[in-house]
Design a protein around this ligand. Structure first.
Ligand code: CP
Ligand code: NVA
Length: 309
């Protein structure tokens, strides 16, 4: 259904550059208000949010729930055993029922089609809190973090090292909108979705490279980015992946090759000693905790935009 004055947030590439930049500016503004201790900005007063989680979470759950509360609203956590979307009840029914109670829905699901179905049948905005395909709220927070630390996102070089997963797809979809240099270095057979790579390349906005050589890829990077080798839903492949991903650990040597200006980022949770060493994640140029904090600020701005506020 049409959502008068309101919008879903499902993929970064659903928006133009001006809108993405406006959301990021708004995130910085609202962050400053919250950090100042001012609790008088309550745009979500009287509003409620349903949060559907088919997978575990720390950051997504706590940042959405806290952010929505700090801006005046009330959020309801629905865990994997509660709604069981598509199992206990059809997604189209979940969407229509929740739309009658709640002003906004956030969902973390397995199949990407589930979030598309939810958005299709809901009459309130739906926010994507991660699917097997993408994780747009994470990459909006990452963009905010890069702007804060590097000074800008445009023209920077972001090198992702690891599995061509949902995080990479959201980086690619951001690169279809904002010009920067994105490189994904992954083992053969673990490249990101070819259609998504093509979409990002055809947008003609950013320089995009997919490679199997992390040493070469990281040279001159502003950011070296890592994520788990086995995502949620793939944990039974973890042992096999540890073999295949040898050489893709972000360690001190790789950071040295990247050069002195490179920050280290990771969406977390991290498996220390697997995709990243303790030394790298604890180094002064690691910005994983400011990055995690920015989930809340980026999402507050995303929800304001989604609700037309
Ligand atoms: N980065 C992230 O989405 O973390 P959680 O899985 O803890 O929500
Ligand atoms: N790629 C990871 C990201 C977790 C935030 C996963 O999907 O499990």
């Amino acid at each position: 259904p049409a959502k008068a004055g309101m919008e879903d947030f499902l993929h970064i590439s659903d928006f133009d550059k001006a809108t993405i930049m406006k959301i990021l500016d708004r995130a910085a503004e609202v962050k400053a208000v919250i950090k100042s201790g001012d609790r008088a900005f309550l745009p979500f007063k009287g509003k409620t949010m349903a949060m559907i989680f088919a997978k575990p979470s720390m950051r997504t759950r706590v940042s959405f729930e806290t952010g929505f509360f700090l801006l005046g609203g009330h959020a309801i956590y629905l865990g994997p055993d509660d709604i069981q979307m598509g199992k206990r009840e059809e997604t189209c029914d979940v969407a229509r029922v929740l739309s009658r109670y709640n002003d906004i829905i956030m969902a973390r699901v397995f199949a990407h089609q589930d979030i598309l179905d939810l958005a299709k049948h809901a009459t309130v905005p739906v926010i994507n809190g991660l699917t097997d395909y993408n994780h747009p709220c994470q990459i909006m927070a990452d963009a905010l973090t890069i702007i804060e630390h590097v000074g800008r996102l445009e023209g920077t070089k972001v090198v992702y090292v690891g599995d061509g997963n949902n995080i990479v797809h959201s980086w690619l979809l951001l690169a279809a909108v904002i010009p920067f240099h994105f490189v994904c270095a992954c083992p053969k057979g673990f490249e990101p979705d070819a259609k998504t790579v093509q979409k990002a390349q055809q947008a003609g906005i950013s320089k995009i490279e997919i490679t199997n050589d992390p040493q070469e890829a990281v040279r001159g990077a502003d950011v070296v980015y890592s994520d788990v080798w086995a995502s949620m839903g793939q944990k039974e492949e973890a042992a096999h992946r540890r073999q295949v991903f040898q050489g893709f650990q972000v360690d001190e040597n790789l950071m040295k090759l990247a050069g002195p200006k490179a920050y280290f980022m990771h969406c977390l949770p991290a498996e220390r000693g697997v995709e990243v060493t303790d030394g790298v994640i604890e180094a002064p140029n690691s910005i994983v905790f400011p990055q995690a904090e920015n989930r809340m600020h980026a999402q507050n701005a995303i929800m304001l935009h989604a609700l037309g506020l």
